[in-house]
Design a protein around this ligand. Structure first.
Ligand SMILES: [Fe+2]
Length: 204
């Protein structure tokens, strides 16, 4: 059976504890239960390739903002910083409606667990999105349901909702195939997402 890198395990545990502290709705709570149930068994190691993109220059500042929020979020930021040098940052494969002109160069995603991630598996996805300031991510949707743990300022929208700001440590749940988007204002947006029943990568 594969083993899990201690730093990755610490990140997963810190996220699980932060989520346990939140008033998750029943659908999000059920999705997290399924994801963490599956994560009890580590997946096989993924390809050992790592890459940063220019937008990653916003990451240290975003992590500092997260660390200043609270001890549980600081623990996540520290655990993420420990594994980040192993991640492969990439732009989203497909665009979509309403993306800002700044989006293409102004965002990157990294899969932590899932296809091409540190654990290469197809049953779920854990990853992060980073947006430079003043970037509007395109409208998009995907089959897997999704729970976000937001680690920075920034706005989100899903379905017929208006824009809302979960705040650092806030969460949101995207039901399967719901249209959703996110946008940064003066600060970078940094958020972690977990998708259940993922079938391929780059879904955030
Ligand atoms: Fe998404």
């Amino acid at each position: 059976m594969p083993t899990r890198n201690a730093a990755l395990q610490d990140l997963l545990l810190s996220v699980q504890e932060a989520l346990a502290d939140r008033p998750l709705g029943p659908e999000a709570a059920a999705a997290i239960d399924k994801i963490y149930g599956a994560l009890a068994a580590p997946g096989p190691s993924g390809p050992s390739k790592a890459r940063r993109l220019p937008v990653c220059a916003h990451l240290p500042g975003a992590l500092q903002t997260a660390r200043a929020h609270s001890a549980p979020i600081a623990r996540i930021a520290d655990a993420f910083a420990a594994i980040e040098p192993s991640l492969f940052w990439a732009p989203r494969a497909a665009g979509g409606l309403h993306a800002s002109a700044s989006w293409a160069e102004g965002h990157a995603n990294a899969t932590i667990i899932g296809p091409g991630g540190l654990e290469d598996r197809a049953d779920l996805l854990v990853g992060v999105s980073l947006l430079a300031p003043h970037v509007r991510y395109p409208d998009h949707n995907h089959g897997p349901e999704e729970v976000y743990l937001v680690l920075s300022p920034g706005r989100f929208q899903h379905g017929a909702s208006g824009w809302f700001e979960p705040g650092i440590g806030g969460t949101l749940y995207n039901e399967p195939s719901i249209k959703h988007a996110m946008a940064s204002d003066d600060a970078p947006l940094f958020a972690l997402w977990c998708l259940w029943a993922a079938t391929d990568g780059s879904r955030a």
